[in-house]
Ligand binder design. Structure first.
Ligand code: AMP
Length: 576
C-alpha cells in the first residue's frame, strides 16, 4: 500500500492529516491524488460518501493552489449547504498548516453581502452550492479567470435536485483549460451527458462496482400489508435495541407523521424534512450527530447534508421509485469499515422493485418475517441484562448510598431483586406485546394470477373479512372513511341523498380514510355517475368500482392523506 508521502502529498498537509488520524490513504485517494497532482486529466470517480473522497480531491486541490495568487483557483460544487460547510471544514483541517490558504463556503440561506465582502478580499478555493454561485456570478462579484480545477461533488444528487442548468452555466463561465473532477455515487444517464459535454477523455475511477452499494451492508426486506407498515416499523426498531438509524420516508408529510407517531409511542425519534426551518434542521441534525437522538425520520433531500459514520440501520419506509435513491440511502450505513443493515418495509406490490434494486447493487435481499412479540421482548431483555453486566459503576458515589439501599431491600432475595428490576424496565413492553396482534404477512401472488385478477388469490385481508362482493353486487370504493366520521348509516344516507331513486346498499366496510360499499351491479353506472366531479370541501370525491390491483395503492395513498390535517379538519365538520 502507498503512503501519502509516496502519493506526493507535501509535508504540511501530511502533518495535518496525521493529526486527523489518517494513517494510510483510502483506495479512492490512492487512485485520485497522484493523478490530480501530476497532470491535468479529467476524472470521473464513482465513489460514495464515506469512501474518503473529500480528501481525495481536497488534498490535491490544496496542494496545487498558488498561495501568492489571491484569486479563485478551484471551484467545488456540491448539492447542499451542509455538505458545502462540511467540505470547507475538511479542507480547512487538511490545510491547518497552510495559514494563508483562503477557502470560502458559498451557499444559499446566509448573507450574500458577507460572502461578497470575503470574495472581494480574495479567496483561493470556493466551495459552493450551484444556486448561490450563480447569484454571485450574475452580480459580477466573482471572477473565474484563474480557475484551474472544478470539482462536482455528489453530482448525481445535484442533478436530482434540479441544478443541471446552473451547473451548465457555471461550467461555461470557467476557462476551458480547467481540469474537472466529477464525484458521484451512481452514474445515471444525465451524468454521462455532462461528462461527454464538459470532460476531455476522462479517466474513470470506480471505488466498488458501478452503481453498487457498500460491500459491508446487508439488505433485508419485510413484506407487510400497507396498513401494517407502521406497526412493522415499531417491531423492527424494538428488535434492534441499540439501533442508531435513519428511517427514510417518501414525503415530508409522511416523515412528520411517522416521527410524531414514534414520539407519541415513546421512541427517541425526530423528523428532518424541508418543511422545517434551517435552524430546526440544524438542531435535529446536531442532536442526531451527537447521538442524542436514536432515530432520525427523514426525506431523501433533507438527509443529504447529514454525514454520520456510525449509522447502524437504514430503514426504507417503502421503497423509492428510483433505485438509485436506494443506493444513496443504504450508503449511509456500513461506513468507515463498519457493518450496516439496510431494511426495506414493503407491501406486496413493491416486490418488483426489490428485484430491480438487487440487479443494480449486485446483492440479494434477505426476506425477513416481522419479529413476533415474544422474540422482541426476549431481545430487549437480554440487551438490558447485557447492559447491567457492562455498566460502569461509580464506586465512590454509590458506596455512599449503598447502606440505606441495602437496608431498604434487605427483605428481598437476589432473585426477587432481579425480577423487580427487569419488570420495572419491561412491564410496559411485555404488556404491549401481550396485547398486540401479530402482523399477518401478505400472501405473495404469482404475477400470472395478478395480471388475470384471479379472485381466489386476493390477500388474506379480504378472505378473512369475507369482502368478496355478494353475488349480483359490485364492491365500490369511496374516499371517505372513519376519520371523516362516516358510519354505515351516514354512508347509506350519503349515497341515497346523491343518487336518484332508492339504491339498495349491501355490505359496508369502513376503513380509516376510505370505505367500500356494495350495490347491485346494475346500479354501478348510476352511483358512480352521481358522484363524478363532486367535491366535499376541497377534496375531490372518488367513487369507483374496487379493483383488487388498486386496493393496496389506495390504502397507501389514503393513508398518507390523513396527514393533510387542514383538509381533514374541514372535512370533519361536514355532516352527511
Ligand atoms: P468522505 O468520504 O470524504 O466523507 O470521508 C469519510 C470519512 O473518512 C471522514 O470522516 C474522513 O475524515 C475519513 N477519512 C478520509 N480519509 C481517511 C484516511 N486516509 N484514513 C482515515 N480516515 C479517513
Amino acid at each position: 500500500m502507498n503512503t501519502f508521502e509516496e502519493l506526493g502529498v507535501i509535508p504540511e498537509i501530511r502533518q495535518a492529516i496525521t493529526e486527523l488520524g489518517f494513517e494510510n490513504p483510502m483506495p479512492v485517494q490512492t487512485e485520485v491524488i497522484p493523478q490530480l497532482l501530476s497532470n491535468r486529466r479529467d476524472i470521473i470517480a464513482l465513489a460514495q460518501t464515506g469512501t474518503g473522497k473529500t480528501a481525495a480531491f481536497g488534498i490535491p486541490v490544496i496542494q496545487k493552489t498558488d498561495l501568492t495568487l489571491l484569486s479563485p483557483q478551484t471551484v467545488i460544487l456540491c448539492p447542499t449547504r451542509e455538505l458545502c460547510l462540511q467540505i470547507a471544514g475538511d479542507l480547512t483541517d487538511f490545510s491547518a498548516f497552510m495559514q494563508d490558504l483562503k477557502i470560502l463556503p458559498v451557499y444559499g440561506g446566509s448573507s450574500i453581502e458577507s460572502q461578497i465582502r470575503t470574495l472581494k478580499r480574495g479567496v483561493h478555493i470556493i466551495v459552493a452550492t450551484p444556486g448561490r454561485l450563480i447569484d454571485l456570478i450574475n452580480r459580477r462579484t466573482v471572477s473565474f479567470g484563474h480557475v484551474h480545477t472544478v470539482v462536482l461533488d455528489e453530482a448525481d444528487e445535484m442533478l436530482n435536485m434540479g441544478f443541471s442548468e446552473s451547473i451548465d452555466e457555471i461550467l461555461s463561465s470557467v476557462p476551458d483549460s480547467r481540469s474537472m473532477l466529477l464525484f458521484s455515487a451512481t452514474m445515471p444517464k444525465e451524468i454521462e451527458k455532462i461528462t461527454r459535454k464538459y470532460m476531455n477523455d476522462p479517466m474513470e475511477v470506480t471505488i466498488g462496482r458501478k452503481n453498487e452499494g457498500a460491500q459491508n451492508v446487508r439488505h433485508l426486506y419485510y413484506m407487510v400489508h400497507a396498513r401494517d407498515k407502521y406497526l412493522a416499523l415499531k417491531r423492527i426498531v424494538d428488535y434492534y435495541p441499540n439501533i442508531y438509524g435513519i428511517v427514510f420516508c417518501r414525503t415530508r408529510k409522511e416523515t412528520q407523521e411517522i416521527a410524531d407517531k414514534l414520539l407519541q409511542d415513546g421512541y427517541d425519534a425526530d423528523s428532518l424534512h424541508g418543511d422545517l426551518s434551517q435552524v430546526q434542521r440544524d438542531y435535529v441534525m446536531s442532536k442526531y450527530r451527537n447521538h442524542n437522538l436514536q432515530l432520525l425520520i427523514a426525506t431523501d433531500v433533507a438527509a443529504r447534508g447529514l454525514d454520520v459514520d456510525d449509522v447502524t440501520h437504514i430503514i426504507n419506509f417503502g421503497l423509492p421509485d428510483d433505485s438509485e435513491v436506494y443506493t444513496h440511502r443504504s450508503g449511509r450505513t456500513g461506513r468507515a469499515g463498519k457493518t450496516g443493515t439496510s431494511i426495506a418495509i414493503i407491501h406486496v406490490k413493491e416486490k418488483g422493485k426489490i428485484a430491480q434494486i438487487e440487479k443494480m447493487i449486485h446483492k440479494t435481499f434477505e426476506k425477513r418475517t416481522v419479529p413476533k412479540g415474544d422474540l422482541i421482548c426476549e431481545k430487549q431483555l437480554f440487551n438490558f441484562v447485557d447492559k447491567v453486566e457492562k455498566v460502569k459503576v461509580d464506586e465512590e458515589e454509590i458506596n455512599r448510598l449503598l447502606p440505606s439501599i441495602f437496608r431498604k431491600l434487605e427483605w428481598l432475595g437476589k432473585e426477587d431483586i432481579i425480577k423487580r428490576v427487569v419488570s420495572l424496565e419491561f412491564n410496559r413492553l411485555i404488556e404491549y406485546y401481550r396485547q398486540a396482534e401479530e402482523i399477518v404477512e401478505p400472501e405473495e401472488k404469482s404475477s400470472k394470477g395478478r395480471k388475470e385478477g384471479v379472485r381466489s388469490e386476493r390477500p388474506d385481508r379480504n378472505r378473512k373479512n369475507g369482502t368478496l362482493p355478494e353475488k349480483g353486487y359490485a364492491r365500490l370504493f369511496i374516499n371517505v372513511g372513519k376519520t371523516d366520521r362516516v358510519n354505515p348509516a351516514t354512508l347509506m344516507g350519503f349515497v341515497n341523498e346523491h343518487v336518484k331513486g332508492k339504491v339498495p346498499v349491501g355490505r359496508i366496510d369502513l376503513m380509516k380514510n376510505f370505505s367500500f360499499f356494495e350495490v347491485p351491479e346494475e346500479f354501478v353506472p348510476k352511483v358512480t355517475k352521481a358522484f363524478r366531479g363532486m367535491y366535499v370541501d376541497d377534496r375531490k370525491l372518488v367513487v369507483e368500482v374496487s379493483r383488487e390491483e388498486n386496493e393496496s395503492q389506495r390504502e397507501k395513498k389514503h393513508f398518507f392523506e390523513t396527514f393533510e390535517g387542514t383538509k381533514k379538519k374541514k372535512y370533519k365538520k361536514k355532516k352527511y
